[in-house]
Design a protein around this ligand. Structure first.
Ligand SMILES: [Zn+2]
Length: 58
């Protein structure tokens, strides 16, 4: 999972295979962009990793 600000969404998309994006809620203060350490607005994650994690939980 990668947290990014609006100006680094494109850079983050290049790093993830089958990317999915969620906006970070305003309550997520302290979340920082992985590239520039500015306030993050988007969370990018890999769907297959997410599925693996769910399988382990079950
Ligand atoms: Zn950034």
């Amino acid at each position: 999972m990668i947290l990014v600000c609006p100006s680094h969404v494109k850079d983050a998309l290049k790093l993830i295979y089958i990317p999915h994006i969620q906006t970070v809620p305003e309550a997520g203060v302290g979340t920082r962009c992985e590239f520039c350490r500015n306030r993050a607005k988007y969370k990018l994650f890999n769907y297959s990793q997410q599925r693996k994690h769910i399988k382990q939980v079950i």
